[in-house]
Write a protein that binds this ligand. Sequence first.
Ligand code: ADP
Ligand code: ZN
Length: 609
Amino acid sequence: MTPTPTPRQVLREVFGYDAFRGPQAAIVEHVCAGGSALVLMPTGGGKSLCYQIPALCRPGTAVVVSPLIALMQDQVSALRQAGVRAAALHSAESGASAAATWRELQTGGLDLLYVSPERLLNGDLIERLADLPLALFAIDEAHCVSQWGHDFRPEYLQLAVLAERFRAVPRIALTATADPRTRSEIVARLGLEQAAVFTASFDRPNIRYLLRDKSDPKRQLLEFLASQRGHAGIVYARSRKRVEEFAALIKADGHDALPYHAGLAADTRGAALERFRHGSGVIVVATIAFGMGIDKPDVRFVAHVDLPKSLEAYYQETGRAGRDGLPAIAWMVHGAADVPPLRRFIEESDAAPAQKRIEHGRLDSLIGFAETSGCRRRILLDYLGETGSADCGNCDVCLEPNQGVDVTEPARKALSAVYRTGGRFGAAHLVDVLLGGDTARVRSLGHDQLGVYGIGRELDRLQWRSLFRQLTARGYVVAAADGHGGLEFGPEALVRPLLRGESRLEIRLPPPARERRGRASGGATTPAAGAESADPDLLAALKAWRLEQARQQRLPPYVVFHDRTLVAIAERRPTGLDELAGLTGIGTAKLASYGEAVLEVVRRLSPQA
Ligand code: ADP
Ligand code: ZN
């Protein structure tokens, strides 16, 4: 008998990594020793290794329950690339291949078996598994058992049977959903009362949060995307119609972009997902229908052109960026006008009043995040229950400080304009008046005769619009009761002190137009995916080589090697297999299959050659 390898040996030899991350080591040790566990870790935190390593260290086969076929296929391909004996059973598998998997299982030829919950629970699979030595059960995306969340899968409820039928087999449930309610539901429904709970920090330090005031979202998005050319990303929009519009816009600007929403035929959606996973630099423009199952590690940005419905949703959606740990951006434009439709949506839903109040509260937390003048990450982590963190240095507020300007005077002028025009006009017209615009409407209403006409030339149009939005968001002005989009004063207690100069107002304004031109809308420069010390030509050659390998084997490129590994190769320029073997993501099996070919690419691009 070969001695069982230690977790650290498996980590290095099979997966090619030198150290465990966060709570991974403790989880692996606990499960290897036969303990059950609940693992709460953010997307990209490294949940898979928490059960894959015990699967290889413990005798018998590990059974992994996973809700999505695409996820299973990726995991199985990646494991096979690393030389691990893995297979999947689900509805898309042919009868012949299922029979072959079953034979392997019975002869002890499988380290990991991935199954969909349906496949596990319907038919006699459970009975048959009962006769085999099992290393563990892993229940991935365990929040699917929660009726409260939006990924609820009724079949997951039946997984309770595992606790009863397989008392001696450790169970490990994993999820990236952090909230306490979901967590207690998982514990109760999967019978994990005795399990150890492991929680990693939910911070995603490699994600840069960049929020922008919404002025002209289409132009703003195109400017942002110009800084991201060639990178894969997701653009989230509120409705199908907006998705189609933005996808067409982005495509016309020369990007490889695809729409994705629930109104498209299933095979169109499948093809889009496939292109996103296998291509490089594909942008998917999507509604929230594009969500779970996006385990592509090299998504470089997630952009929101509309507000998500809660801060939790924002966190999950932006969390799809940068799973590989390399720099990624969460970009969002937001404005006060985004809020009323979301409020209406909540009001018009069938939910009970108490539920509606919860939804309004969730929306408030998102608005607070968008309007904050403090570090975005701190607000986000506070919300996730991790209090007391320091300013992050990697969000727009931290990176672009001193933008809060005293706008007390302009705000008083804005309020005067509202008052002098009778509290009946919208921001567009009020800005015309303040700037002394010579429009037909101004003249016909006689507004060029008012004292406020032309008194606001210190700000440009975009800045005035932003100021009005923020006055609205803060309640100084409100939509007039007649519903025609006019603005009138908010509560006197708020307005009067400002008008009298007894209170001051400081907000962030967009820069004046002359500074805006020629400056990337990213503002703070965009981090490139790849360390500066990697030779760009070599990195490009390695990526081209990887794409070819992936094509030949019909696999997503990241299953062959992650970007991080290619960056490490391009930095180190290994000259022999030994040196290559020490790099991140290169285990024994990948060294054997690809080592020589990679060294050849490095030689071909060395400066001396
Ligand atoms: P999750 O399922 O939590 O979203 P994954 O298991 O897919 O995350 O891991 C995210 C990425 O991090 C993967 O590319 C994985 O290979 C990598 N990874 C995980 N653990 C480690 C580690 N200890 N060292 C280096 N890379 C790791
Ligand atoms: Zn910050």
